[in-house]
Design a protein around this ligand. Structure first.
Ligand SMILES: O=C(O)[C@H](O)COP(=O)(O)O
Ligand SMILES: [Mn+2]
Ligand SMILES: [Mn+2]
Length: 558
């Protein structure tokens, strides 16, 4: 249906008018959970969000933001920003990267397609390098997929394999990297038993090395390049398990920020530099934190940092991370084709759009929202504003982040009356929640609430409408729990902090002086999820959503 055959014109909504200014606010990592001391949203002063919930029960509800409702393999998968914003923007549920890779591995199709055949050319005489997040979080990558790929590649001729691991502690509990490394080392030892020269070559913490996003800090990627490609790192070890255990002993060390290490042989030489003729696969399926490294690996012309060497490699992504830029050119699994997003429809129906966040979430309300597509649909009608994030810090030291600046930018865009939709992502609950610092997360939630207030005040001033929602949970539950929902404690009796997202539902609140009196939530969409929001927003702009969109959440009673 894409391209030539698409009918872009949306039908007029029979009851709702056009021309209202609509604020679409996404609170990142803001789920709904029972009130207790680990629920930072509950503990924080959040009068604005509280009043949305308490003052208009017909116009506040919860929607699902995890698992199958956002295209993930199972309902045990927590939501995340990529799939959440994809669903919010696209109005439909697409099988996401995690699932597509599962299917391609299970059927063996991954080994038949172009990407694998391309890298396979290197197997006979050169090394296969696998770079990615070592985790079972299922947000950016999954360890079981790496394990299958190792097995599959070695069975298909890879004789020398080097794995470059990034430790997680963000989508999974801090310290779990040791167990993942043990599992991986065991698999690699088995491969060695079968005559494949396979080992870990380097490692580092994901937030300090490689996995930056939206070009917030190229130094992060450079540190990875130095270790992975050049074999240069401040720490040298004989095995990954030993390295991770040792480096975790430093005060305040954690998986997310582990310093880079390389594995060296008896003579002290790095075992896995990347060289001409080698094949490289970045095995994360998710795009945002891989595109920077992908550029460094792929682009002949590159000025973001001094690469020292630019080996002529065969490089493939697990997925293609950016369809518009065709980055990378080769990939093992085709990404979900998310087309005809609400953003594109609305722009093609004349809706002028402003989108804003700070750097660390900027691509969420633009790239992810638009179906993993860079750039504008129509630069005359759209403006995307990025507020530079702080770099080189963990956000618990600056929990207010740029919330108020985002609020101000959105307010000004609303008051300018130059836009019909003003869309923002407010990152605090998520970014600070990921640090596991409960006190800081409480401050973060308060700041996010204040930013929402600024936006709602502006909407009141222009007689507009607001839609306030979130992409998945995080700050509303900061501890690991057992099946009964009780906090888990570690062997020292301390509660186990949860840095990751959750399985919780998220709120969707609508209102504002521009909202027609009879608008309320339908009662017949009890299982509604994030994908139902797009049709809802289209209605509020005065349009009926396309037939194949997930149904709207609202009705208009006379
Ligand atoms: O990339 C991250 O920061 C986490 O793995 C997931 O968080 P996000 O989905 O909210 O970006
Ligand atoms: Mn998010
Ligand atoms: Mn997050």
């Amino acid at each position: 249906m894409a391209g030539t055959g698409t009918e872009w014109k949306l039908a007029d909504h029979p009851k709702l008018p056009k021309g209202k200014i609509i604020a679409v606010v996404v609170l990142d990592g803001w789920g709904e959970a029972s009130p207790n001391k680990y629920n930072c949203i509950h503990v924080a002063e959040t009068p604005t969000m509280d009043s949305l919930k308490n003052s208009a029960p017909d116009r506040w509800r919860l929607v699902k933001a995890h698992g199958k409702s956002v295209g993930l393999p199972t309902d045990d998968d927590m939501g995340n920003s990529e799939v959440g914003h994809n669903a919010l923007g696209a109005g439909r549920i697409f099988a996401q990267g995690a699932k597509l890779v599962d299917l391609a591995l299970a059927s063996g199709k991954i080994y038949e397609d172009e990407g694998f055949n391309y890298i396979k050319e290197s197997f006979a005489n050169n090394t296969l390098h696998l770079i990615g997040l070592m985790s079972d979080g299922g947000v950016h990558s999954r360890l079981d997929q790496l394990q299958l790929l190792l097995k599959g590649a070695s069975e298909r001729g890879a004789k020398r394999i080097r794995v470059h691991v990034l430790t997680d502690g963000r989508d999974v509990v801090d310290g779990s990297s040791v167990g993942f490394a043990e599992t991986l080392e065991k698999d690699l030892a088995e491969l060695r038993g079968k005559g494949v020269d396979a080992q870990v070559a380097s490692g580092d913490g994901r937030m300090y090395v490689t996995l930056d996003r939206y070009e917030n800090d190229w130094e992060v990627v450079k540190r990875g390049w130095d270790a992975q490609v050049l074999g240069e790192a401040p720490h040298k070890f004989k095995s990954a398990v030993e390295a991770i255990k040792k480096l975790r002993e430093a005060p305040n060390a954690n998986d997310q920020y582990l310093p880079p290490f390389v594995i060296v042989d008896e003579s002290g030489k790095p075992v896995g530099t990347i060289n001409d003729g080698d094949a490289v696969v970045t095995f994360n399926f998710r795009a945002d934190r891989m595109t920077m490294l992908a550029q460094a690996l792929e682009y002949e012309k590159f000025d973001k940092f001094e690469r020292v060497r630019f080996p002529k490699i065969r490089y493939a992504g697990m997925l293609q991370y950016d369809g518009e830029l065709k980055l990378p050119n080769h990939y093992l699994v085709s990404p979900p084709l998310i087309e005809r997003t609400s953003g594109e429809y609305l722009v093609k129906n004349g809706v002028r759009t402003f989108a804003c966040s700070e750097t660390v979430k900027f691509g969420h309300v633009t790239f992810f929202w638009n179906g993993n597509r860079s750039g504008y649909f129509n630069s005359e009608l759209e403006k995307y504003a990025e507020i530079p994030s702080d770099s080189g810090i963990t956000f618990n030291v600056q929990p207010k982040m740029k919330a108020l600046e985002i609020g101000e930018k959105a307010r000004d865009a609303i008051l300018s009356r130059k836009f019909d939709q003003v869309r923002v992502n407010i990152p605090n609950g998520d970014m600070v929640g990921h640090t596991g610092d409960i006190e800081a997360t409480v401050v973060a939630c308060k700041a996010a609430d204040q930013a929402v207030k600024m936006i709602l005040d502006a909407i009141t001033e222009v007689g507009g409408i607001y839609v306030v929602t979130a992409d998945h949970g995080n700050a509303e539950d900061m501890v690991k729990r057992n099946k009964k929902g009780e906090p888990l404690v570690d062997k020292d009796g301390k509660v186990q902090i949860q840095t990751s997202h959750t399985l919780q539902p998220v709120p969707v609140a609508i209102g504002g002086p521009g909202l027609a009196g009879g608008v309320k939530y339908r009662k017949d969409v009890p299982d509604g999820g994030l994908a139902n929001v797009a049709a809802t927003v289209m209605n509020l702009h005065g349009f009926v959503a396309p037939n194949d969109y997930e149904t709207t959440l609202i009705e208009v009673v006379d």
